[in-house]
Design a protein around this ligand. Structure first.
Ligand code: AQP
Length: 330
């Protein structure tokens, strides 16, 4: 079976709708056809300062949410990045193969650095993409399900794999990005030209939001002064974003939704989409609570995941370190 790897940061206590429609939905689907490794990337998360207690809690929350969404630990390897030390061991080698200028061109670094106070722009934020490449290359990954915002990082991972292979001999599989065609980029509800992100708290639907509050956020989404419900991202970004979200959550195509809402107002569309979300979130949240209420079981899942991940990752690091010319440990 081809191999899949992807990761998600335990940035806050909750995933957001963009994470789900851009990436997590595919994580779940790919379990049927692929050997999947899914990782809560806590090392990535401290590139922006975090409170230790919050980080611990958010890491558990992230794992519980993945299980509640349908990641099946019997079929897939679910683990926490810091439990597998090979990630940082390989990332150092890849950092030494990454050009300074190449890293400086990463748009996510530029965006995130621009949002931070200067003293909080860490070297870790800068080298983040090399760690991400290590995450992926450790597992001989064929496919990486991510949202559009990760395309550039994925391209760097491919380049690093090829660079290592041509310099030291074929070692790494060159991974492909798996980006949805329809829901690759979900926009902020209050500013539909910006990516929906946890850093913009007003226009983001968080999965652990009270379902009523989530529906309310949809009702107050920014639209436009026209009346017609039509997919036109250039002229009607707000309405188009709502149609894409609606389609992603229900499997109904955008054109089917346009036809169904012909003659209706924005209020109807928003009310119905709010109901769709709240019907999704209510049972999801009760499953999350069940996982969180049984920390011993959650630990067991994560321990088993880390063991399985480590068995693969240790072998890759052994080979890579040998090819680079490090002496075997004596
Ligand atoms: N708006 C989005 N549309 C589509 N996909 C998205 N992803 C994130 N936002 C959108 C995808 O979600 C996966 C996990 O992303 P991450 O771990 O990088 O999460 P994050 O960056 O913490 O999420 P945020 O909310 O986007 O945080 P910030 O504020 O840091 O920017 C990835 O596959 C990503 O593509």
């Amino acid at each position: 079976r081809p191999r899949v790897f992807s990761g998600i940061q335990p940035t806050s206590g909750s995933f957001q709708l963009g994470n789900y429609l851009g990436a997590l939905r595919n994580w779940i689907a790919l379990q049927d056809t692929h050997d999947a490794f899914y990782c809560v990337v806590d090392l990535h998360s401290i590139t922006i300062p975090k409170e230790p207690e919050e980080l611990r809690e958010n890491t558990r929350n992230a794992a519980a949410q993945l299980l509640a969404l349908g990641i099946d630990p019997e079929r897939s390897t679910l683990f926490v990045q810091s439990h597998v030390p090979e990630h940082t061991r390989l990332s150092w080698v890849l950092e030494c193969l990454t050009g300074y200028g190449e890293a400086a061109r990463m748009t996510q670094f530029k965006d995130k650095a621009a949002r931070q106070e200067d003293e909080h722009v860490s070297v870790g934020l800068f080298t983040y993409p090399a760690l991400m490449a290590a995450d992926i290359l450790l597992y001989g990954t064929d496919l990486v399900p991510v949202g559009e915002d990760q395309r550039q990082h994925l391209e760097l991972s491919r380049n690093l794999a090829q660079r290592f292979n041509s310099r030291f001999g074929r070692t790494f599989v060159v991974p492909e990005a798996h980006i949805p065609t329809d829901t690759a980029r979900i926009f902020d509800l209050q500013d539909p030209t910006a990516k929906m992100s946890k850093s913009l708290p007003s226009g983001v639907v968080e999965f652990m939001d009270d379902p009523k509050r989530a529906a309310k956020k949809i009702r107050s989404a920014v639209t436009d002064n026209e009346r017609d419900i039509r997919y036109d991202p250039e002229n009607k970004p707000g309405v188009s974003n709502l149609l894409v979200i609606y389609s992603g959550m229900t499997g109904r195509s955008v054109s089917e939704l346009e036809a169904a809402y012909e003659g209706s107002g924005y209020g109807d569309l928003k009310k119905d989409l709010g109901a769709v979300l709240s019907d999704f979130l209510t049972p999801f949240q009760s499953r999350v609570r069940q996982y969180l209420d049984d920390p011993a079981e959650l630990d067991k899942v994560l321990r088993r995941g880390a063991e399985r991940a480590r068995a693969v990752a240790a072998e890759t690091v052994r080979t890579a370190y040998d090819r680079v010319g490090f002496l075997p440990p004596v």
